[in-house]
Design a protein around this ligand. Structure first.
Ligand code: ADP
Length: 621
């Protein structure tokens, strides 16, 4: 303990020191005698207690008190004086002295020092406690104002404290809220009853605490979701409700979104006609839908958490799982595949599967969508079989026709030759009959040729045989051949060609059949007027058109006349003879020769068939 004594009289100092030392536990005592020395000591070496004479040369006890209060108000000052009237004593006490001791009562000095030190201790502790309280209050305030949780205090249904975040959540200022608004003003109508019950009924319970989520409204009218924790507290004997509020709108909205998309996913998943399955990277089933259960004839319970291969036949199970694991490791899961599977119940299925790897939280899963294509496969197989059968039939038919052609042609040629002979040798009515036989045989031969041409188109590939010749010659020859038939109907058959020759490299036989068919039709369908064959040479093509002044073709029928067996006048009532194959053959031959055929016609006025053919066969690319 350090004691500083201010005393001008040495003997009083000795007396006081002696007394202090005899009672107190080895105090360290220092004497100063003037203001300067006192101040230095006070500043550099502050004592625990100051004992001062009241009357000192040049300064006094009052000054000591003032300096001490200024420098270190906690140091107790005891006035040690020879005499003191009451007024001065009161003044000293007012100025902050802790005690005064009269010099003649010097024995009291050590006890006064003890008391002063105890008092000082009490004061120090009080100050410390106050500081602590202040600190914790500051801490609480800082916390309350910097937290993202809204905090409120309610008394008698009114807000008596709200923190910054609370005002931010609701958009109202402290002034608007405090002592004015009630909690029910902050929630939507459908929640105001709940809040009333909380505050007016449930909170009557002394250990009330509650946690709830309500829909609230902000000053600007927005609806928000808040989570509230509310409890009863007592402050200075009064009851308050202390609560915290967190704005959880984003969380609730995203939960609603998640719920919505989950519902959507579930609806699609459960109602899909496609069988769907999700497995983990070891091939263990995580999820299957109803369609999957139906396709594989297993229940969801039977499949869940089992290797996907349990739906397949015993013999192949392990193999599937093994190849699946290997493939997923190498990232080689095929996105689409078709497979034939034997199921656990020995049923065979053709399946089309699509795989999609999904990564969730770093783990790989495979979504597979199956489609049962067994029916389609069977249908395809039947189609292929039917096509093969049809091809076989067609081959048989062609063979048959080739044989028949020979069988029919031989006697027919005999009939044509001998009827011609008869025509020359017979006279009168018999000559006429022989002519009928001859014409009929010719027509039969023509029909036979047409049918044979057609079957050849149908069954075998016709390979054109190109030679170089003068197309004009061919046209003139054909015209000659038909001259008689035209004359017989009183028709004028002419050839128009401005060039002296039109040299082409073409298949002569096919060209003859094309032109003959067209001229034959023109004469057949023309009752009066003329038939004209025109040949024109162009840069790369030569163009043959056969025009007549015949019955013409209705526009609606222009497309069908090139189809096999089709005629403008069909059925038993048809007016003209023919097979309906001529134009089919013409079109096919034109195509084989890389050409084009066009038709223009007007009913009652006539028709023009135009064939455009290349002068040179196209080079094969
Ligand atoms: P076909 O002459 O044996 O009946 P085509 O295939 O040669 O068979 O002709 C099909 C149909 O096209 C004919 O039946 C006829 O109705 C019509 N047709 C063809 N050429 C002419 C033409 N020059 N004038 C009018 N109609 C024609």
């Amino acid at each position: 303990m350090r004691i500083l004594i201010i005393e001008d009289n040495e003997s009083y100092f000795k007396l006081a020191s002696h007394e202090l030392k005899s009672v107190l536990n080895s105090p360290e005592i220092k004497l100063v005698q003037n203001e300067q020395a006192f101040l230095e000591e006070l500043q550099n070496n502050p004592p625990d207690v100051i004992i001062t004479d009241y009357v000192l040369p040049k300064f006094d006890g009052m000054k000591v008190l003032q300096h001490t209060l200024q420098e270190n108000p906690l140091i107790p000052v005891i006035i040690f004086t020879g005499s003191m009237n009451e007024e001065v004593a009161v003044e000293c006490m007012k100025a902050g002295a802790i005690d005064y001791v009269l010099k003649n009562n010097y024995k009291r000095l050590p006890f006064s020092v003890k008391e002063a030190l105890e008092k000082r201790k009490v004061i120090e502790e009080k100050i410390k406690a106050e500081e602590k309280l202040k600190e914790s209050e500051t801490l609480f305030r800082t916390l309350a104002e910097s937290t993202l949780i809204g905090i409120y205090l309610i008394k008698d249904l009114k807000f008596v404290y709200v923190n910054d975040q609370f005002t931010r959540i609701f958009g109202y200022s402290r002034e608007e809220l405090m002592n004015k608004m009630e909690p029910t003003d902050l929630v939507t109508n459908r929640f105001s009853k709940l809040i009333k019950t909380e505050l007016e009924e449930r909170s009557k319970n002394s250990d009330y605490h509650s946690n709830f989520i309500v829909e609230a409204k902000t000053k600007s009218g927005n609806q928000i979701f808040i989570e509230v924790y509310s409890r009863m507290i007592e402050l200075a004997g009064e009851k308050y409700i202390l609560g915290s509020v967190v704005d959880i709108t984003d969380r609730i909205l995203s939960e609603i979104e998640v719920q919505k998309s989950e519902l959507l996913f579930r609806t699609i998943w459960e109602n899909s006609l496609e069988a769907m399955r999700i497995v983990d990277e070891n091939g263990i089933v995580i999820k299957v839908n109803q369609a999957y259960c139906e396709l594989f004839e297993k229940t969801e319970e039977e499949l869940f958490q089992k290797p996907f291969s349990i739906v397949y036949d015993e013999s192949s199970k392990n193999e599937y799982i093994k190849s699946f694991s290997e493939r997923i490791k190498k990232d080689e899961i095929p996105t689409k595949l078709e497979m034939t599977m034997i199921l656990w119940n020995k049923k065979q299925k053709y399946l089309e599967a699509r795989n999609k790897i999904i990564t969730i939280e770093g783990k790989k899963y495979v979504l597979t969508i199956f489609r049962d294509i067994s029916e389609r496969k069977r249908y395809e197989e039947e189609l292929i079989r039917a096509k093969e059968e049809a091809l076989e039939m067609s081959r048989l038919k062609s063979n048959f026709l080739a044989n028949m052609s020979h069988e029919i042609r031989t006697p027919l040629n005999g009939m044509i030759g001998f009827s011609e002979l008869l025509m020359e040798t017979l006279d009168g009515e018999l000559k006429g009959w022989a002519k009928i036989i001859h014409n009929s045989s010719l027509r039969l031969l023509e029909t036979l040729n047409t049918i044979l041409d057609f079957t050849q188109i149908e069954s075998a590939k016709i390979v054109p045989f190109f030679t170089t010749f003068d197309a004009k010659n061919i046209i003139l020859e054909i015209s000659k051949l038909f001259e008689q038939a035209a004359n017989k109907k009183g028709l004028n058959l002419g050839v128009l060609c401005e060039d002296s020759e039109v040299i082409v490299k073409c298949d002569e036989k096919l060209l003859r059949r094309i032109v003959s068919n067209l001229v034959n039709n023109a004469i057949k369908f023309t009752l009066k007027g003329k038939v004209q064959i025109q040949l024109k040479s162009e840069a790369d093509n030569f163009v043959i058109s056969v025009s007549d002044t015949g019955i013409g073709i209705p526009e609606a029928k222009l497309d069908i006349i090139f189809e096999e067996f089709r005629q403008v006048s069909e059925g038993l009532g048809r007016k003209f003879e023919g097979t309906g194959l001529g134009l089919t053959i013409v079109k096919k031959y034109v195509e084989i020769l890389n050409g084009k055929i066009l038709v223009r016609s007007k009913v009652g006025e006539g028709s023009t068939f135009t064939v455009i053919l290349p002068k040179q066969p196209a080079l094969k690319s």
